[in-house]
Design a protein around this ligand. Sequence first.
Ligand code: N2P
Length: 401
Amino acid sequence: MKRFSIVSIILIVVLTVLAACGPSAAPTPTPTPVPPTPTPVPPKQPPTSKPTEEAKPTEAAKEEPQLAPELNVFNWTDYIDEEVLTQYEETYGVKINYDTYASNEELLAKLQAGATGYDVIFPSDYMVTQMIELGLLAEIDLDNIPNFKDVMDMFKDPPFDPGNKYCVPYQWGTTGLGYHIPTFGDEVPDSWAYLFEPEYLKRYADKGVNVLDDQRELIGAALKYLGYSVNDTNEEHLYEARDLILKAKPYWKTFNSSDYDDTLLIPGEVVLSHGWSGDVFVAVWETYDEENDEPVWWYSIPKEGAVVWVDNMCIPASSTRKRTAEHFINYLLSPEVQAAITNYTYYASPSEAAKQYIDEEILNEPAIYPPDEVLSKLEWLEAVGDALRIYDQIWTEIKSQ
Ligand code: N2P
């Protein structure tokens, strides 16, 4: 299987917008599911509305808000098909300056260090809580995000952002173990023991083990393995998790959460990786043995339980282009664009309406769209309040020893 091209879906969006915006626009095509093979790039479409003063918008385009000429977007690495950005730029005449980060803490540190200028950011659930408390987010106007109506109920009014006052969901997934099937044979690494127990690690650590360079994820996995909540705030439990991690650390080759999905593709680099579902599935499908119709990599959710998370689209309090940011967020939440992103990232979409455009193999993959019995074993990361001090302290110890 290949990563599917998104161009046809984007074409549908553009044609739909064109049809809505101008008398001479093309007719609206009936949306069709993403084809399983890449399609040729469609001819470029003219922008439908331009923020510049000289633009002469059609009647319908006048309904578009006045858009800023550019927007600064700061997202996780490998988390969008850049065609989606190009299409937005070409359709609305807004230049997207796109930059990436590898963890919530990196994003927070940038904002706290006074980085201004970002207009759209993508913090995870627990980080939304922290950012709201720190006054780092602007309130969002849901009236300007009509595609929010398609968001699944489980992602509306979340505990970390009651009433979706600040953010709307972008993509969601789980955290588990990616493993190299030829190394493990019939054995499925179905426990966090494969990441933390030296007696397990001894068998394959020389072939490479990666862990996410992410404090809440790694400490959370250790807590889960020890039988505690991923949000535990008990100091003794946290030190137990630290000690488990320090005992396993000599067996780990890398702490990588930015481009570890690429290292899974390099033969001999790693055979086991703590990872996010979509990143691992990119490796699964990119290394798929077409000839024998067998995967080389696969993903497991450990039996002790794991993290389920949702990343969100939010506007920093310092943004000066809030209306354009909302317009862009609404575009990213449209069913066709959500499907295009999911078909590229292999992360699940929070948009119910996107499902009709999402590839069947993704929709039916329980490790990407976990069924209720799997979901019930998963836990959401939550802000840990004052215990964050202990998390930070043990993370420093882990990284420095
Ligand atoms: C994609 C990162 C997914 C974000 N590379 C995990 N919250």
